[in-house]
Design a protein around this ligand. Structure first.
Ligand code: XLS
Ligand code: MG
Length: 347
């Protein structure tokens, strides 16, 4: 338990402000241009911005390396002017035709090379925008049928990619963001346990850690706060995507706490009690606003998620630790359960 209190900083990616399209319907709101989104961050209470490579450099695959670097410099100046810090950047390895069979685990050597080259360019962009955290959400590393790939060779390909990136830049840190499915029916590296196992086998384990998303842990049938506790023990929880998820279905990216406030409370508690944020870590969100939300108020999910975190932080910090300890020593977990519930609903 850390004895000093963290001052939390918050971040989100520009894709969290969106037009409301879903797999069954077209956009319902006019877009906000990136330049407009950047204007919103500080007023919403956020100072960290999460990026994909092509959020910084649109149409990245069509540009030369020097054009990519030039565009990255423009964005770096833009975020500096708005008092924003680039928290993380992720190569978007799931939309290109060259990653339809996976990126690092594609059965095609040429496509694996594309994924490596794009990821290295992403590291170069990271350097320009002064970001040391490369997120790998291994979206398409998986199969539609088990027999189309070797699940053991796939681990080797992913590890090779991590080592290539560690070699490409001596300071970059790699944050693996595990997810058990979607878009693949079953994905490789589905949990933080798998990710940390990879970290220890990499060429530089101290530079490989994880980002945990609430919904991804839930989709794996796991408890987000316990997953965070596991990573915190290993000192490898370097970012989070807080949100919520209502059952085992598509990744909903619901506002933090909007389904299960007790589960959200325990995520805040485990972060607070383990000093998360004391080494510059951001409280990251990955949330989608409801399709029904009017454009002019289509950032409320960001405001509510951040405020819910702070409300629950107050609940964590005002929990009577002596009372909690008395219930634990008496092994009266029913009493403790009710005490927590009372505390959360404020009676
Ligand atoms: C999936 C990922 C994705 C980000 C990072 O949840 O977090 O939303 O784009 O690659
Ligand atoms: Mg995410």
């Amino acid at each position: 338990m850390s004895d000093s209190l963290a001052e939390y900083r918050f971040s989100f990616g520009p894709w969290n402000i969106h037009e409301g399209a879903d797999p069954f319907g077209p956009p319902v709101r006019a877009s906000y241009h990136f330049d407009e989104k950047v204007e919103l961050y500080r007023d919403l209470g956020f100072e960290g911005i999460q990026f994909h490579d092509d959020d910084v450099v649109p149409n990245i695959d069509e540009l030369t390396h020097s054009q990519i670097m030039e565009r990255a410099k423009v964005v770096k100046e833009q975020i500096d002017n708005h008092g924003l810090v680039a928290e993380v950047i992720a190569p978007r390895l799931w939309e290109s035709y060259q990653t339809i069979d996976g990126a690092f685990t594609s059965n095609s050597e040429k496509e694996r090379q594309y994924a490596l080259d794009r990821s290295k360019r992403c590291v170069d962009i990271a350097n320009v925008i002064d970001c040391k955290n490369l997120v790998l959400w291994l979206a398409r590393e998986g199969t539609y049928i088990r027999e189309s790939k070797s699940s053991s060779d796939a681990v080797g390909h992913i590890l090779d990619a991590i080592n290539v990136l560690l070699e490409h830049d001596p300071e970059i840190r790699i944050l693996i963001e595990p997810k058990p499915n979607e878009p693949m029916d079953i994905a490789y590296i589905p949990t933080i346990g798998h990710a940390i196992g990879l970290a220890y086998t990499s060429d530089d384990p101290k530079r490989v850690g994880g980002l945990i998303e609430s919904a991804h842990a839930i989709l794996a049938g796991l408890e987000p706060s316990d997953e965070m506790g596991y990573a915190l023990y290993h000192k490898k929880l370097w970012s989070v995507h807080l949100n919520d998820q209502n059952g085992l279905k598509f990744d909903q990216d619901k506002a933090f706490g909007s389904v299960n406030i007790r589960r959200a409370f325990n995520q805040v508690r485990v972060l607070e009690e383990n000093g998360y944020g004391m080494n510059g870590e951001f409280v990251g969100l990955d949330v989608k606003v409801m399709r029904t939300q009017p454009r002019e108020i289509s950032t409320k999910h960001l405001l509510s998620s951040r405020k819910t975190f702070l409300n629950l932080l107050e609940k964590v910090r005002t929990l009577d630790k002596k009372t909690e300890q008395e219930f634990i020593e008496a092994r009266d977990y029913e009493g403790l359960d009710f005490y927590i519930l009372q505390h959360l609903i404020g009676v």
